[in-house]
Design a protein around this ligand. Structure first.
Ligand code: ARG
Length: 884
C-alpha cells in the first residue's frame, strides 16, 4: 500500500509535511473504559482551556491555516468539528477504542490526526484537500472494533518543531503499548521532496483488487487480440480469424494469368519493364451490367496506348492465351471474350458459383470475414464531442461512420481500438462558469445538464451583447481555471462530469462505445513540453506578434499556428500531444484514423505533417500511418424537425422522431395487415427500425458528400433504407421457416390477407416486398408450373444466376468498404442484393416448385441470402429480425 501526496496539496502548500505511522497487530477488541474516560476528561479540560487566549490561539492557528480557497485539510476540518462538538456540549465518545485514542490525542495537542484501516482499503491512498459542502458530513475515521492494522498521520504546516513531533510519536507509541498491546511498526515522513511512500503492507483486499485489475487488463488485451466486436454490435462470431478460408479472389488469379502472359508472350514489349508494379497497373473490375461478364479488364486498351497499336488485336491475342489458362482449371471460367474496342470479359462457370455457394453455406456467419489485417492494431477515432454542448444531428455522422469502420476493420482481421477525444477544455468553459455562477441553478443543471448549460451559454451571449465586459470576465474565469483555482476547477470538473454522463447516454442507445478516451484537458502540460521540443528541434519557429508556427511550405501547406502570442496553445497542439500519447500508450498501433468533419481537412493535413516532422527530427517521437476520413455536412432539406431548440437539432429529438415514425409504419404496414407481436417484440422492432434507419442514413452515401436527411426516405420499407433491408431479411427468413414447417407458421395469416395498399405508389424499377406478396398470391396453378419447370435445371434461371453472382461478391464488398473507408460500398451492395432477392422470389417459385432438386437449389439461395443480409446488417450495427 502506497500513500501519496496529492498534487493539489503540494501546489497550495509547498512546505507541507506529513508524519505517517504504521501500526500492525493492534488489539482493538477489548473494551477499555480508561480510554473513554481519558477522552471524556480531555474534552472537559479542552472546553475550559479554550477560554484561555493562548490555547484558543493555538487551536485557530492549527485549523485556520489549513484552509485554501475553500478547500481544507481534512484532518484540520475533523479537528475543528470535534472542538465544535465539545463547545456545543455534545457526546465525544467514539464507537471503539482506536477512535477514542485518536480523539484523545487530537484534543490534547490540537493535533489534526487521521488514518484508516489498512485491511479495509483496496488500493493506494492519495492525501487530498477536502471541499466542505453544506449539509454533507465529512468523512470520519472508520476504524472498526476489529481493526488491527492501520495507518495514522498528521500534517505539519510548520506549527510543530521536530521535537514536538517526536513527542507526539512517542506518546502514540506508549498509548498503543498500554491499550493495544502493540507499538508503532514504522514511521514515515512525506513531503513534496518525497511525495509517496510504500508502507510495505498489503492487505488481502488489496491483493484481490490488484489481481482483479490485472485480470481485467488481461481480459481486455485478450478480447482485443481475439478481435471480437463490442458486445452490442451483435456480430455473433466467435471472434476466430479465418486464415485461409477465403480463397485468393478470382481477380487475383486473373492478374496472375495476365502477368504470366505479358511476361511470356509479349516479351518484346520493353515498356512493361518500366512499370514498377505490374499488379497495380493491371485493372480488373466488376462490370455493372452482368451481360459484360463477371469480371472485366481494360489491359489490352492500356497496353495499346503504350505501344501505340490498335487495341482489339492485342485483346484477341490475350484472350487466346487466357483461354488456355482457363482450360487448365476446369469449372472456373465459362467464357473469356474480347469485346468492343478491346475489353476482355470473363464469365465464370456456374460450377464455380455453386462451389462458392456451398462454401458460403458452410462458413455461415464467418462468410465475409478476412484476415487482411493479420491482427495488426489500428485506432479509429470518432465522436470527440465538445462537452457541455448538445449532441447535435451532425454528430450521428462521426459516430455511425466511425463505428461502421470499426466493425468493418474488425471483420477484415484488424485489432481495432475505438478512441474518443472529448473537447473538455477551452475558453468556452470560462463562459459556462461565469454564466453558472451568475444565473445557474445546481439542481436544474443536474436534472438536465446539457440543455441547462446550453441555456446558460445562450444567456451569456445575450448578456455579453449588452455588456462587452462579460467577455473579459469569462476569459478571467477560464484563466483562473487554468491556473488551478479550486472553485473553478471543481466547477469545471462537475460540468464535465454531468454533461458527459448526459451526452454519452446516447451512445448506449446507439449500441456503440469507445475503448480509449483522450480528453483534451489531459494535454495542458504535454503541449508546452512538445512546443519546447519543437522549438529546440527547429520545427516550431517564431511567427507574428509572439506567436509560434510550423512552416509547412515543403509539404505545400499553409503554416500551422501552434501557439498564440499570449502563450496559449491551440487545438492542433493538443492533437499532436495526443498522437504522442496514443502511440506511446499502444506502441504497436500501425495506423491512426480520424473520422471528423470535412471542415477540418486542412487542419488534419497540417497535424499529420507536423507529427511526421517530429518523428523525422527525433525518432523517439512515435509515428504511424495517419488517415483523416472526412464526412460532409448534414441538413434536413425543407422538411425540418418539428421541434427546434436554438439552432441545434438535438440527437435525442431525432431518435424520438425516428421512433414515432417507425411506430407509424409498423402500425400501418404490419399491424394493420394482421402481423402479431408481443409487447416486447414490438418495442424491440420499433427501436431496431428507428435506430437502424438513422444509422443507415449516415452511411448509405459516400461519406464526404453532403447529406440531406429526408425522413420519408430514411424510415420506409422501400428504397435504399435500413427498414427495406430489415424487412427483406425477415421475409426471406420466413420463407425458410415455411420450408421447414409447411403448416403452422405464425405468419400464415398474411398469405391470405389483401396485398398492401402501397404497391401502386411504388416506383417501377423496384420490385417491392409488397408487390412481391401480391404476386405470390396469384401464382401459377400447379400443373402450369410443372410444365414451365419441365426443362429447368438447378440455377439455370437468369434471376437465380443474378442472385448467385451477387451472393458470391459479399466478401469482396466487405473488404472494399473497409479499405476505401466507404461503408456505402456495402450498403449499395446489400440494397442490390435485397432487390435481386425480392425479384427472384417474386418470379421463381421456391417452396411451391414442382421438382425437389429445383426447390433444394432455390432454398439454398434463400438461405445464403438470409446469411449475407444478416451478416451485412450486423457489420453495419443494424438490428435484424427473423420475422416482421
Ligand atoms: N471536438 C472537435 C469538434 O467537435 C472534434 C475533434 C476531432 N478530433 C481530433 N482529434 N481533432 O470540432
Amino acid at each position: 500500500m502506497k500513500i501519496k501526496l496529492g498534487s493539489s496539496i503540494a501546489q497550495k502548500f509547498p512546505g507541507v509535511g506529513y508524519t505517517l505511522i504504521l501500526v500492525k497487530n493492534a488489539e482493538n477488541l477489548r473494551k477499555i473504559s480508561s480510554l473513554s474516560q481519558l477522552l471524556r476528561g480531555t474534552a472537559v479540560v479542552t472546553k475550559n482551556e479554550l477560554k484561555k487566549v493562548d490555547r484558543k490561539n493555538l487551536f485557530s492557528q492549527v485549523t485556520e491555516q489549513m484552509t485554501a480557497e475553500g478547500a481544507v485539510f481534512l484532518e484540520g476540518y475533523l479537528l475543528a468539528n470535534r472542538v465544535k462538538k465539545i463547545l456545543a456540549g455534545k457526546e465525544v465518545e467514539g464507537k471503539n477504542n482506536l477512535i477514542n485514542l485518536v480523539g484523545f490525542l487530537s484534543l490534547k495537542y490540537f493535533l489534526p490526526i487521521h488514518g484508516f484501516d489498512l485491511d479495509q482499503a483496496e488500493k493506494d491512498y492519495r492525501l487530498h484537500l477536502y471541499q466542505p459542502k453544506k449539509g454533507k458530513k465529512a468523512p470520519d475515521l472508520d476504524f472498526l472494533p476489529e481493526t488491527r492494522n492501520f495507518v495514522l498521520w498528521f500534517p505539519n504546516l510548520g506549527n510543530w518543531k521536530d521535537e514536538e513531533i517526536d513527542r507526539f510519536v512517542l506518546e502514540i507509541d506508549q498509548c498503543l503499548a498500554k491499550y493495544f498491546h502493540t507499538g508503532i511498526t514504522e514511521v514515515f515522513h512525506l513531503d513534496s521532496g518525497l511525495p509517496e511512500v510504500d508502507l510495505g503492507y498489503e492487505s488481502e483486499l488489496e491483493k484481490t483488487y490488484r489481481e482483479q485489475k490485472k485480470e481485467e487488463e488481461r481480459e481486455e488485451e485478450a478480447s482485443l487480440a481475439e478481435n471480437t466486436l463490442p458486445e452490442n454490435s451483435i456480430l455473433p462470431v466467435g471472434g476466430q480469424l479465418i486464415e485461409s478460408e477465403t480463397q485468393p479472389s478470382i481477380a487475383e488469379k486473373i492478374k496472375k494469368w495476365l502477368t504470366e502472359i505479358l511476361n511470356s508472350s509479349f516479351t518484346e514489349i520493353s515498356v512493361l519493364e518500366s512499370l514498377e508494379d505490374l499488379s497495380e497497373w493491371l485493372e480488373i473490375e466488376v462490370p455493372n451490367d452482368p451481360g459484360h461478364g463477371d469480371l472485366s479488364t481494360n489491359t489490352a486498351l492500356k497496353l495499346a496506348k503504350l505501344l501505340n497499336q490498335p487495341p482489339r488485336p492485342l485483346a484477341e491475342k490475350m484472350v487466346q492465351e487466357l483461354q488456355k489458362k482457363a482450360e487448365s482449371e476446369p469449372g472456373l471460367m465459362a467464357k473469356v471474350e474480347a469485346v468492343g474496342p478491346g475489353f476482355i470479359n470473363f464469365h465464370f462457370d456456374l460450377q464455380y458459383f455453386q462451389s462458392r455457394l456451398s462454401e458460403l453455406l458452410r462458413q455461415k456467419e464467418k462468410y465475409g470475414r478476412h484476415n487482411l489485417g493479420h491482427g495488426e492494431k489500428i485506432m479509429i477515432e470518432w465522436g470527440s464531442l465538445n462537452i457541455a454542448k448538445p449532441f447535435g444531428a451532425q454528430h450521428f455522422m462521426t459516430t455511425i461512420i466511425g463505428n461502421t469502420l470499426v466493425n468493418l476493420y474488425r471483420v477484415i482481421g484488424y485489432q481495432v481500438l475505438s478512441a474518443d477525444f472529448p473537447g473538455d477544455w477551452g475558453t468556452q468553459f470560462g463562459k459556462s462558469i461565469y454564466a453558472y455562477k451568475h444565473w445557474g441553478d445546481k439542481d436544474q443543471v443536474e436534472k438536465d445538464p446539457v440543455n441547462e448549460l446550453l441555456k446558460l451559454y445562450v444567456k451569456f451571449h445575450e448578456e455579453a451583447e449588452k455588456d462587452p465586459a462579460l467577455d473579459q470576465a469569462a476569459r478571467d474565469e477560464f484563466r483562473k481555471m487554468e491556473e488551478g483555482d479550486q472553485d473553478n476547477f471543481k466547477l469545471w470538473q462537475w460540468i464535465v462530469e454531468v454533461s458527459t454522463r448526459d451526452l454519452y447516454s446516447i451512445y448506449q442507445t446507439l449500441g456503440v462505445k469507445h475503448d480509449r478516451s483522450y480528453p483534451e484537458s489531459k494535454y495542458n502540460e504535454a503541449c508546452l513540453r512538445i512546443l519546447e521540443k519543437g522549438k529546440q528541434l527547429g520545427i516550431v519557429t517564431p511567427g507574428e506578434k509572439g506567436a509560434y508556427i510550423v512552416d509547412l511550405e515543403a509539404e505545400h501547406l499553409p503554416p500551422a499556428l501552434v501557439q498564440k502570442g499570449d502563450g496559449t496553445t491551440l487545438y492542433t497542439t493538443r492533437d499532436l500531444a495526443s498522437i504522442e500519447d496514443r502511440l506511446t500508450g499502444d506502441p504497436d498501433l500501425k495506423k491512426l484514423v480520424y473520422v471528423v468533419d470535412v471542415a477540418q481537412t486542412l487542419s488534419f493535413k497540417q497535424l499529420f505533417a507536423i507529427a511526421k516532422r517530429f518523428h523525422q527530427a527525433d525518432p523517439s517521437f512515435p509515428t504511424a500511418e495517419f488517415k483523416h476520413v472526412a464526412f460532409g455536412r448534414m441538413s434536413f432539406g425543407d422538411k425540418g424537425m418539428s421541434t427546434r431548440k436554438g439552432n441545434i437539432i438535438q440527437g435525442r429529438e431525432i431518435i424520438k422522431e425516428a421512433h414515432d415514425r417507425a411506430e407509424k409504419i409498423v402500425r400501418e404496414k404490419l399491424l394493420e395487415n394482421g402481423a402479431k407481436f408481443s409487447p416486447v417484440e414490438l418495442k424491440n422492432l420499433i427501436h431496431g427500425l428507428a435506430i437502424g434507419a438513422i444509422k443507415y442514413a449516415m452511411i448509405c452515401q459516400s461519406p464526404e458528400s453532403d447529406l440531406v436527411f429526408d425522413w420519408d426516405k430514411v424510415i420506409s420499407f422501400e428504397g435504399n433504407s435500413a427498414p427495406y433491408l430489415q424487412y427483406s431479411l425477415a421475409r426471406a427468413s420466413s420463407i425458410l421457416r415455411k420450408a421447414d414447417h409447411p403448416q403452422p407458421d405464425p405468419e400464415s395469416h398474411r398469405e391470405e390477407s389483401s396485398p398492401l395498399k402501397t404497391s401502386k405508389q411504388v416506383s417501377e424499377d423496384q420490385i417491392t416486398l409488397f408487390s412481391l406478396e401480391q404476386t405470390q398470391k396469384y401464382s401459377q396453378k400447379a400443373e402450369d408450373l410443372a410444365a414451365a419447370e419441365a426443362g429447368q435445371t438447378p440455377f439455370s434461371q437468369p434471376l437465380e444466376q443474378a442472385l448467385l453472382r451477387l451472393l458470391v461478391q459479399f466478401p469482396d464488398k466487405v473488404a472494399a468498404a473497409a479499405l476505401t473507408y466507404k461503408p456505402n460500398t456495402l450498403t449499395s451492395y446489400l440494397h442490390e442484393l435485397a432487390q435481386t432477392f425480392n425479384s427472384f422470389y417474386t418470379a421463381v417459385p421456391v417452396i411451391k416448385s414442382s421438382r425437389p432438386e429445383l426447390r433444394e437449389a432455390r432454398l439454398e439461395l434463400v438461405k445464403a441470402a438470409v446469411q449475407v443480409l444478416r451478416s451485412g446488417l450486423q457489420i453495419l450495427g443494424i438490428a435484424t429480425f427473423d420475422r416482421m
